[in-house]
Structure formats: structure tokens, C-alpha cells
Design a protein. Structure first.
Length: 101
């Protein structure tokens, strides 16, 4: 994926190819259900595809060890947005290539 997507490469100049490429997102669903929605190209009641194209194309599995610590308590939408960015940037600092919205 990293070599095929210019936007992803531009967002992750620190990536050295050793660790994995990751997607970080927030949802009101459980992680397993949301991943399933991404992989099936889920269409919501309004007729919109709400799956990430990157996850649909390249997603293989979840990494609970990376998100479990921040997924322990319910959050408001604003708290979840802040946590999504914080987690994504923390993972980038660790050397992962990360996409988030």
C-alpha cells in the first residue's frame, strides 16, 4: 500500500518500511463490526458508502494491542476525535505508517 498511494506516503515521511501500515479511526461500533463494514463496503441508510477505501483495499486484520488501552471507556465525539489524532501521531512516532481522518 505504501508504494501505491502518494497521499499515504506524503503523510508518513518517517516510515522506513519495517513496521506495518495502520489505519486509525473512531466509531460508535465495536472494532470488529466496524472493520467488517470497511471490508464489505458498507452502505448506510442514506445510501452512502462509509467504509475507508484504504481499509477496504488493504486491511487485513485488527491490532487490539495497539487500540485496547484507549478503547476502555466511552468517549464523546470530541474526545474520540482528539484520541484518534493522538493515537495516530503516537504510532507514527513509533515508526508505523498511519492513516487517519
Amino acid at each position: 500500500m505504501f508504494t501505491e498511494n502518494a497521499r499515504f506516503r506524503a503523510a508518513n515521511p518517517q516510515f522506513n518500511g519495517v513496521l506495518e501500515c495502520l489505519y486509525v479511526g473512531m466509531t460508535s461500533k465495536g472494532p470488529e463490526e466496524r472493520f467488517r463494514q470497511h471490508k464489505t463496503g458498507y452502505i448506510n441508510k442514506k445510501g452512502h458508502n462509509i467504509s475507508s477505501k484504504l481499509v477496504w483495499m488493504y486491511g487485513r486484520y485488527l491490532r487490539p494491542s495497539l487500540y485496547a488501552p484507549v478503547n476502555e471507556k466511552p468517549m464523546t465525539r470530541q474526545e474520540a476525535l482528539v484520541m484518534e489524532e493522538k493515537l495516530a501521531l503516537d504510532l507514527r512516532r513509533q515508526g508505523y505508517a498511519v492513516w487517519f481522518n
